[in-house]
Design a protein around this ligand. Structure first.
Ligand code: IMP
Ligand code: MG
Length: 185
């Protein structure tokens, strides 16, 4: 079965070109990053902050690979709406609800595209004086960068393609795919 037949049969989805990153590749990378975070933040107050909705699966998997005490927070920003083109405006729709000045904060992000979202989110969070602030992104599309922003850690660098799965959506669909696939848009 090719990817189209598979996703249609297993998930009822159509319109996928190819699998870019498999479930096993994601798992291995998330495990390794969890181990790295475990060592870097041992003995420190750690808060992992996921950006909703795209990073909900990444944050959930990553925090389970972190083997030291940590807290979880979520921030919801809207910059994309339902389409695939960055609006350039970032609104915080749901804030983290914590005094982050007491934590080393690790932002877990699904993908950095233009970089505008993270640039703005980090600016806002830095004003609150966290003990430290780092960004870990699952995916990075450096070719599309417009803002002067780079993650501290990026697990996979991908070409300029629109991807879905493992939390990432196109029009709110495809988030439940366990792998990253290129969408036909
Ligand atoms: P940026 O502000 O352009 O870096 O956009 C980041 C946000 O855009 C991500 O958190 C995603 O929600 C969304 N995004 C960017 N590229 C893709 C993609 O290829 N597939 C799905 N969502 C994407
Ligand atoms: Mg999105």
């Amino acid at each position: 079965m090719n990817i189209k037949e598979q996703t249609t049969e297993l998930f009822g989805y159509e319109g996928l070109k190819r699998v870019l990153i498999s479930e096993n590749e994601i798992k291995a990378a998330v495990q390794a990053e969890g181990r790295r975070i475990t060592e870097e933040y041992r003995g420190k107050p750690l808060l992992i902050a996921g950006l909703l909705k795209g990073s909900f699966i990444f944050a959930a998997d990553l925090c389970r690979e972190v083997k030291i005490p940590c807290e979880l927070g979520f921030i919801a920003v809207s910059s994309y709406g339902d389409g695939s083109v960055s609006s350039g405006r970032v609104d915080i729709a749901m804030d983290i609800g914590r005094d982050i000045s007491r934590y080393h904060v690790v932002i877990a992000e699904d993908i950095i595209d233009t970089g505008r979202t993270l640039c703005e989110v980090c600016r806002i969070l830095r004003e609150r004086n966290p003990l430290s602030l780092k960004v870990v992104t699952l995916l990075d599309k450096p070719e599309r960068r417009e803002a002067d922003f780079n993650a501290d850690v990026s697990l996979f660098t991908i070409p300029d393609a629109f991807v879905v799965g493992y939390g990432l959506d196109y029009g709110e669909k495809y988030r439940n795919l366990p792998f990253i696939a290129e969408a036909e848009i």
